[in-house]
Design a protein around this ligand. Structure first.
Ligand SMILES: C[S@@+](CC[C@H](N)C(=O)[O-])C[C@H]1O[C@@H](n2cnc3c(N)ncnc32)[C@H](O)[C@@H]1O
Ligand code: SF4
Length: 436
């Protein structure tokens, strides 16, 4: 293996501060991430002049990974085909409300599970919403070698492939070895898939039990050799849904999080630009990964999708049968709602600013009409005191997010995503066999 250039990342955060951050995030998540007791028919109409992203959820996988926190069901072809038809109808309803979109993110599950349905859905979306300039999809290492996969070329701008690790022990631990192949097989298949789309992203996970620093270093070195346009390195998130299946078996205790993150930043940072706390791109503008970062407002279609519109979070029904009935009745999937006050919205945007290392006073002034340092006085003071941010001497509107700040952004975003998963868990809990 070639020796990789390394950059130097200093002290990140001590473990007691990571634990404290988790506790603070836990407090806010409990306070904010729950739904109002209303059942809606559809989302509100768009606001003139606002830009929206369309999110579409495909909740099917041929195999269910025990650590996975996403909304997904075991694949049955007839259910999945029926679902895609409903998804396209839901897009028609959204069009009738007056929406257009600047981009589309299709998330899963495994979005390429029936390529012909996915193709029809993308073509339908592009016809309904002529503003769509980019389409992003997610898939797994088995799907990329199906004969129909190549048909997505020219339609998809960014394809994200879930690898998680090239280490066979980790693939066996997560039961992906038998389902998706060995690390060497996956690596070989990726080489063929990389050139099909303008951007290919590889998803990796760190924080598995038994994943030593050497194993992680090897994963990062292999990625540098493979040289995909984009890489995402998620910390393993353990939530109320996956706690039983992974705690003490698949998940590490978290005490090495900072050391692991240092390896990732040192290795990938020397060859890639860091786009968010966990995304690295070969050039600065690599399409998109966390659609929530680049889009203040997004609308979700499909079962279990989230939307963020104005000051409200909306959640679509998690039941497949209920989703089908709602579409049949002319309603969209949007069913539940949570309104946020101004301060909560500003705190959320500060979190995203830290996470994306793009924190701008101008953005807060022009989009939210506030002075960042006054409106979030306590938060900004704390971030400066621990060395997560500092003023940019060359541009007073710019706030520099330090390596410590990027790591804090990762810890906070991990907690935030886990909190979102608690919302999913609560809404999935009442589901019966007939809902799936
Ligand atoms: C929704 S999945 C779709 C990818 C595809 N189905 C696969 O597994 O290859 C997107 C990514 O989420 C990440 N992911 C899923 N569960 C996670 C968890 N508990 N913690 C961190 N990342 C997770 C994985 O990296 C996965 O590739
Ligand atoms: S990690 Fe991917 S394949 Fe596994 S259950 Fe989650 S979405 Fe499905």
């Amino acid at each position: 293996m070639t020796v990789k250039t390394q950059q130097h990342v200093g002290e990140l955060l001590p473990n007691w501060m990571i634990n404290l951050t988790d506790r603070i995030m836990g407090y806010y998540i409990k306070r904010y991430l729950n739904c109002d007791p209303v059942i809606l028919d559809r989302p509100p109409a768009p606001e003139p002049g606002h830009q929206y992203l369309l999110y579409a959820h495909i909740p099917f996988c041929k195999t269910l990974c025990s650590y996975c926190t996403f909304h997904r069901f075991l694949y049955k072809e007839h259910k999945a085909r029926e679902y895609f038809v409903n998804l396209r109808k839901e897009m028609d309803y959204v069009k009738a409300l007056g929406y257009d979109f600047s981009s589309m993110y299709i998330g899963g599950g495994t979005t390429t599970i029936i390529e012909d349905e996915l193709i029809k859905t993308i073509e339908h979306a592009r016809t309904l919403f002529p503003g769509i300039k980019e389409v992003s999809c997610e898939t797994d290492p088995a799907q990329i070698v199906t004969p129909a996969f190549k048909n997505l070329k020219g339609l998809v701008d960014r394809m994200s492939i879930g690898v998680q690790s090239f280490d066979d022990n980790i693939l066996k631990l997560t039961e992906r070895y038998d389902k998706f192949g060995s690390g060497a097989q996956i690596y070989e298949r990726l080489g063929q898939a990389l050139e099909l789309f303008p951007t290919t992203n590889i998803d990796m996970i760190f924080g598995f039990r038994g994943q030593s620093l050497e194993m992680l270093q090897r994963d990062m070195d292999l990625l540098v050799d493979l040289n995909p346009r984009q890489i995402t390195t998620y910390p393993l998130m353990v939530t109320s849904q996956t706690n039983k299946s992974v705690k003490g078996t698949i998940a590490a205790d978290g005490s090495e999080l900072a050391d692991q993150y240092r390896i990732i930043m040192n290795t990938l940072g020397a060859h890639y630009r860091q786009l968010t706390s966990w995304t690295f791109g070969r050039t600065h503008d690599e399409g998109f990964d966390e659609y929530v970062v680049d889009h203040d407002e997004y609308l979700g279609v499909g079962s279990g999708a989230f939307s963020f519109l104005g000051t409200n979070l909306y959640v679509n029904t998690f039941s497949l049968s209920r989703y089908g009935k709602r579409i049949e009745n002319g309603q969209t999937g949007v069913e539940r709602q949570r309104n946020f006050d101004k301060h909560a919205i500003l705190q959320y945007r500060l979190l995203l600013g830290l996470f994306s290392a793009r924190l701008s006073r101008k953005y807060f002034r022009e989009v939210h009409g506030v002075n960042l340092d006054r409106a979030l006085f306590k938060e900004m003071l704390a971030l400066k005191a621990i060395g997560a941010i500092r003023n940019d001497p060359t541009n007073p509107d710019n706030v520099i997010v330090t390596d410590k700040g990027k790591f804090l952004g990762l810890v906070m975003m991990k907690a935030f995503y886990s909190g979102m998963d608690n919302v999913r868990a609560e809404l999935r809990r009442p589901l019966k066999e007939s809902d799936m």
